[in-house]
Design a protein around this ligand. Structure first.
Ligand code: IVH
Length: 706
């Protein structure tokens, strides 16, 4: 709970002034943001009056942040980018006891076994939440920020202040700056309750939409922390636990002592953190935690082991990705069983037909799963699953759920084999592989297959394309169902007369009882007009040419600023563009050879789109020229192709496998053998959270740190 300073504890005007400012700001915060009534109004007024009288006697104390200088509630959440006082790193992972042993050996070699024995190890839960950095100055919370790329995070102070576990004022006298690290999370009960409320609210609105419940407690915590309105954050019941310190003006010789100090200051520390002496103790802790992990009130995905003595930590230092003095042990993936109700097939934007499993919904690793991709028909055969089978489903934390195979002894004889359709389930076209030997089947009806057309339109309207907000899945579905478009070329022919035929965009005029265009319909027409004026680089993305996304498009349009000059360029011309290789050049060049692609271009031109538009100048500095880079695992904010394109757009070469010619590996969550190979070959590894920095600044800063 937050500290209270009701009692007058000093006669010194400067100290009392500071106390009053802190106290009144806290009360105002609770009043305006938390809708609470922390003290009776009369007491609040008395405190204000006392503050005014001190300021009247000592005008120099009137600072901008004094409550006497502020009117109304505190400012809204801004999420400005802020620099952390010290870098927030990630953790290296160990996926087995052997890997923990290997880390212990490495640490002993580095620091000396004796030194480590003297230090001991702090063992903690690895909480599955959102890391935050809290900066306390003279005991007052001055800033809370998300981890971001480790150097720069988002300012979430306004929202963090609504979390009751995060004190605004520390207890005791904590002088100077202390940076506290920890995890914001939702308890399992809090998560269930939040989703229940979301579902009820949607029901009450009689909305036909499936309620947008959160997939897991971590997403719910992250979403709740980044809400525009701190009052809503306050209602989400977020929790917080400390797991480290950054810069500190208070000397803290060990983690054990640091946690004791934090607890005495009123900060929440874990009662499951335990100091152990050696490897045996570490493995014992992991074993015990594994046994209780499902009985805890919140989710954890492993244990974190840290060298306890802070001077030893400093000696051991960091690799680019993580401290050498800590390791995260990740629990093995969770496996559950469920019933495979059906295997259906989906058709993607490029016509690829993918079977996917539809299962009895089942809770696994914190989220409810009911679908999982089966990739292609050979995979279905390889896994040996039949419709009706009890199947084993695996999921590790955030990782995509995977059907492992059937539980054969539970078969009843009623199970049936999946038969891959020979015709497109959406348009009936005969399916075929794009080329001999391909395992994937595709729908060849590229132009008009409703599934492909829908995905293409959703893609062209997405943020990286023409950014047409009103043209999401639902709207596109409704427009296509009404039969208003032959292909995306017709998009700009949509007018009020056409849209009015779509039930989604109709409104019945109360007086005349006639169907008129709804507000959403009007908005969509306006957005379409605006989209016509967008730069050619966005149109190039919107065309959906393979390998040409938001990273590559500006490079191309910098050389060929309109569709005609681009079409006239040969493959050879295109591969002369800095950052464009032969694969992208070939892809662009062959796109123009397809007749219906030409039709779309002509239709858009005729509608006044894509013509005479100045390409915005994009200055993508070529920070990665000459570097061969492998991106592996999940890079936040990027798809696999997007990350590849981003590297290419900065002049780098992006390859799929690690070899001695690789200069750098970008490793995100789920990085596996490629990361291992990079480590064995001694290739520099950059954590995925720092990918943007790598793109912006190149390798220089990273080389200095290594
Ligand atoms: S220590 C430099 N301790 O795990 C040390 N992190 O995978 C960095 N986490 O970003 C963090 N529980 O958000 C630490 N007991 C714990 C933790 C913990 C959860 C998160 C944290 C970090 C991520 C790394």
């Amino acid at each position: 709970m937050t500290a209270r300073l009701n009692e007058r504890v000093t006669n010194d005007p400067i100290t009392r002034h500071r106390e009053l400012c802190t106290l009144i700001n806290q009360y105002r915060w609770e009043y305006y943001v938390l809708d609470a009534a922390p003290i009776p109004d009369i007491d609040f007024d008395l405190l204000m009056r006392e503050l005014e009288s001190i300021e009247a006697d000592h005008p120099k104390l009137v600072t901008l942040d004094s409550p006497t200088q502020q009117v109304g509630p505190p400012a809204d959440t801004s999420f400005e980018a802020v620099q952390h006082p010290s870098v927030m790193l990630s953790l290296d992972n160990a996926f087995s006891e052997d890997e923990v042993r290997a880390w212990y050996l490495r640490a002993s070699t580095l620091a000396g076994e004796e030194v480590l024995r003297d230090s001991g190890f702090m063992c903690e839960m690895k909480i599955d939440g959102v890391a935050v950095d809290l900066v306390y100055v003279d005991g007052v919370l001055t800033r809370a920020a998300t981890r971001g790329d480790g150097r720069t995070g988002e300012d979430v102070t306004a929202n963090a202040r609504t979390i009751s576990d995060i004190p605004y004022q520390l207890k005791g006298s904590v002088q100077g700056t202390v940076e506290i690290r920890g995890e914001i999370f939702l308890t399992l009960a809090g998560f269930e309750e939040l989703n229940r409320i979301i579902e009820e609210e949607e029901k009450a609105k009689k909305s036909p939409k499936k309620p947008k419940v959160f997939a897991n407690p971590r997403n719910a915590a992250a979403g709740s922390l980044r809400l525009k309105d701190p009052k809503v954050t306050a209602s989400r019941g977020l929790s917080f636990l400390c797991h480290g310190i950054g810069v500190s003006d208070v000397t803290l010789p060990s983690l054990e002592e640091a946690y004791a100090a934090l607890a005495s200051w009123g900060l929440p520390t874990s009662d499951r953190a335990r100091k152990v002496a050696d490897l045996e103790g570490i493995l014992g802790y992991i074993e015990e935690l594994g046994q209780v992990r499902h009985d805890l009130s919140h989710e954890i995905d492993g244990a974190v082991i840290k060298v306890d003595a802070i001077p030893v930590q400093k000696e051991m230092g960091f690799s680019t990705r993580a401290p050498r003095w800590a390791i995260a042990y990740k629990f093995p993936p969770v496996e559950v069983t469920t019933t495979l109700l059906d295997i259906r097939v989906g058709v993607g934007r490029t016509g690829r037909v993918t079977p996917y499993a539809v299962m009895e919904p089942v809770k696994v690793a914190g989220s409810t799963v009911e679908m999982a991709t089966l990739h292609n028909s050979s995979e279905v055969v390889r896994k040996g699953v039949l419709i009706g089978d009890t199947v084993i489903l695996r999921k590790a934390g955030d990782v995509i759920p995977e059907v492992l195979g059937p539980v054969e002894h539970l078969r009843t004889g009623t199970e049936v084999a999946f038969v891959m359709p020979t015709e497109c389930p959406e348009c009936g076209a005969p399916l075929a592989a794009a080329k001999t030997g391909d395992v994937d089947l595709r729908c060849p009806n590229r132009r008009s297959c409703p599934a492909q057309l829908k995905e293409r339109i959703v893609y062209l309207a997405s943020r990286q394309g023409l950014d047409i907000e009103g043209l999401g899945e639902k709207a596109v579905d409704a427009i296509l169902t009404a039969g208003l478009l032959t292909d995306e070329g017709d998009l700009f022919t949509l007018d009020a007369q056409a849209l009015i035929q779509v039930p989604l965009f109709q409104r019945i005029n109360a007086k005349t009882k006639e169907a008129v265009l709804s507000k959403n319909g009007e908005k969509l027409l306006e957005e379409l007009q605006v989209a016509k004026t967008k730069g050619f680089d966005r149109y190039l993305v919107a065309l959906g040419i393979r390998h040409v996304g938001k990273g590559v498009a500006p490079l191309v349009t910098a050389e060929y600023g309109d569709i005609d000059s681009l079409e006239a360029a040969s493959k050879e011309d295109l591969s002369q563009i800095p950052g464009i290789g032969p694969i992208v050049a070939e892809s662009i060049s062959s796109w123009f050879t397809v007749d219906w692609h030409q039709v779309i271009v002509e239709k858009w031109k005729a509608a006044g789109a894509m013509s005479g538009v100045q390409t915005p100048t994009q200055d993508l500095s070529q920070t990665l020229t000459g570097l061969t880079i492998v991106v592996t695992g999940n890079v936040p904010g990027y798809t696999r192709d997007g990350a590849h394109e981003a590297v290419v757009a900065r002049g780098g070469k992006s390859t799929g496998s690690v070899s001695k010619n690789t200069d750098l590996v970008v490793a995100g969550d789920g990085a596996g053998s490629k990361l291992d190979k990079a480590v064995t070959l001694g290739i520099q590894v950059v954590d995925a959270s720092r990918f943007q920095r790598l793109l912006d600044e190149g390798i220089k800063g990273f080389a200095e740190e290594a």
